[in-house]
Structure formats: structure tokens, C-alpha cells
Design a protein around this ligand. Structure first.
Ligand SMILES: [Cu+2]
Length: 287
């Protein structure tokens, strides 16, 4: 593009707008992998990996559609009012107030909007929080300053006893789950509020000290997913990450057996339990 041409574009606001829009569109499309494009379709949500994702995803997308519909209507009315009632002379326009039908409308309409959102939120919440199935696996999750403990109840599995994974100084903790099996999670915290969050599961649960809670979900897709603490819990909050491995049933059983072979048997419930970390107890005995 020659300098003269650039000057011509800069002089014309319409051409400048077109040029900016073209550059932005090209940059947007060129920077998008197919996964990214699909993620745009889900309005930012990652690819779903649990049975709780579908109702959550629908609620998320449809709420945005509803918000956009209201937005378009409101923006339209604002622009219409600006154009229709723009200044036409020096005289004071006709003054209107106490329009009762209008006031009733703008009180009633927000109530209708809130009622619809409330109805769908409660419906989705009931579906997502349903924990009445008989679980194939129970995992007791402890979030503490500043890491995670995953205790697997192993009596009904091939491993035959409880095992746990707490990670190491070099390795963040891993949560292994068998694909397609219903898992009950009991979550607790011995210190401050943490929050168990696996974005790909579309599920998050706060861990409140002194108030253990539980939930249920079924992982639906094999793979490795990121997990994190979603509650600012102190100095090393950012270090509270973990990895979720959704694997086949055989791989899962093999992992539990490996934990047992590594001596990570029994359950750890957080601070004060540290002396039970395998290997450390021997040192303590020697003291
Ligand atoms: Cu935390």
C-alpha cells in the first residue's frame, strides 16, 4: 500500500472503519484452530468431559442468548429514542411524567426475566447436584494449604483397601478416575476455604472447613484435564493445581495397585496427618 493510499484511507472514516474491520477479521480467523472455533461456539466453555456438562452448557449458552435478546431490544429502543426525539428547535419539548402503564411495564418485565432465569437455574442445579445414584467409586478429596489429597475407597475395587495420592514436592497430585463410572466425591478442608474445580467437568465445589459435602459425577471422556483451586486461599493458592486422568477401568485398577505398591495405603485427612505419609512414619519411630 503506497503512502498516498494510506493517506486516502485515513482521511475517509468509512474506509478507515472498513480497513480496521478487515484486519481484525483476518487476525481473528487466522488465529483460530478448529478447537478454538468450536470453543467460541460454546461461548468459551472447554470441551465437556463429564455427564454434568450438558445441562450446564445449555444454561450458559441460553442465558447469553437471552441476555443478548434483551440487549438488542434495549439498544434498539435507545437508538430509536435518540433519532426519533432528537433536538428539532429551540422550544422546550412536551414534558411527560407519571406514565402508569409504562412504570408497571418496566417493573413487571424484569420480574419476568428473573423468573425465567431462576426457573432454568433451579432445574439445571437439581440435575447437576443429583447424587442419588449408587456410586461405582468413592473418592474423598481433601484440599488444604496448599495442595490436594485424593483418597480412594478401595474395599470394593480390585486393590481391596483404601489408597491415597498426595503428590510430591516435584509432582503435582493426580486424580485418576475410571471413564463411564459414577463417582461420589466427599470433599473437606482442614484449614481455610478451598474450591475443587475441574473446568472440563463443568463442575466446581467449595471446600468449607468443618462442613464436609459431597457430589456425584461420571467422567465421559478419556484424557488428561487440568484441575485447580478456585478460591483465593492464601500465599500459595496458585500452586494448588492437580491433574485429572480419566482412564479405562483396567488402567484405573492398575493405578490403585501401584499406589498400594508405593505404600500409599489408608486415607489422609489433611494437617496433622502428615506423619502418616509413607516413609515418614519410620523416621518418626526412630526418633
Ligand atoms: Cu486453595
Amino acid at each position: 500500500m503506497g503512502l498516498d493510499k494510506i493517506r486516502t484511507v485515513l482521511r475517509s472514516p468509512r474506509r478507515l472503519g472498513l480497513a480496521v474491520a478487515t484486519v481484525a477479521a483476518v487476525a481473528l480467523v487466522a488465529g483460530c484452530s478448529p478447537e478454538r472455533t468450536a470453543q467460541w461456539g460454546r461461548l468459551g466453555l472447554p470441551e465437556a468431559a463429564s455427564d454434568r456438562a450438558e445441562p450446564m452448557g445449555h444454561l450458559w449458552v441460553n442465558t447469553w442468548i437471552a441476555a443478548l435478546a434483551v440487549g438488542v431490544l434495549v439498544w434498539g429502543l435507545i437508538i430509536w429514542a435518540i433519532v426519533r426525539y432528537r433536538k428539532r428547535g429551540e422550544g422546550v419539548p412536551r414534558q411527560t411524567r407519571y406514565n402508569l402503564p409504562m412504570e408497571i411495564m418496566y417493573t413487571a418485565v424484569p420480574f419476568v426475566i428473573i423468573s425465567v432465569l431462576f426457573y432454568w437455574t433451579v432445574r439445571v442445579q437439581n440435575e447437576v447436584l443429583d447424587d442419588t445414584k449408587n456410586p461405582d467409586l468413592v473418592v474423598n478429596v481433601v484440599g488444604e494449604k496448599w495442595s490436594w489429597i485424593f483418597n480412594y475407597e478401595g474395599a470394593a475395587r480390585e486393590v481391596g483397601e483404601d489408597v491415597h495420592d498426595i503428590g510430591t514436592m516435584e509432582q503435582i497430585p493426580s486424580l485418576y478416575l475410571p471413564v463411564g463410572e459414577t463417582v461420589t466425591f466427599n470433599v473437606s478442608s482442614p484449614d481455610v476455604i478451598h474450591s475443587f474445580w475441574v473446568p472440563a467437568f463443568y463442575f466446581k465445589r467449595d471446600l468449607l472447613p468443618g462442613q464436609p459435602t459431597s457430589f456425584q459425577l461420571t467422567p465421559t471422556k478419556e484424557g488428561v484435564f487440568a484441575g485447580k483451586c478456585a478460591e483465593l486461599c492464601g500465599t500459595y493458592h496458585s500452586a494448588m493445581i492437580f491433574e485429572v486422568h480419566v482412564v479405562s477401568s483396567e488402567e484405573f485398577e492398575a493405578h490403585l495397585k501401584q499406589l498400594k505398591a508405593d505404600g500409599q495405603t489408608g486415607q489422609l485427612m489433611g494437617h496433622g496427618d502428615q506423619h502418616r505419609i509413607s516413609g515418614l512414619d519410620k523416621k518418626e519411630d526412630g526418633e
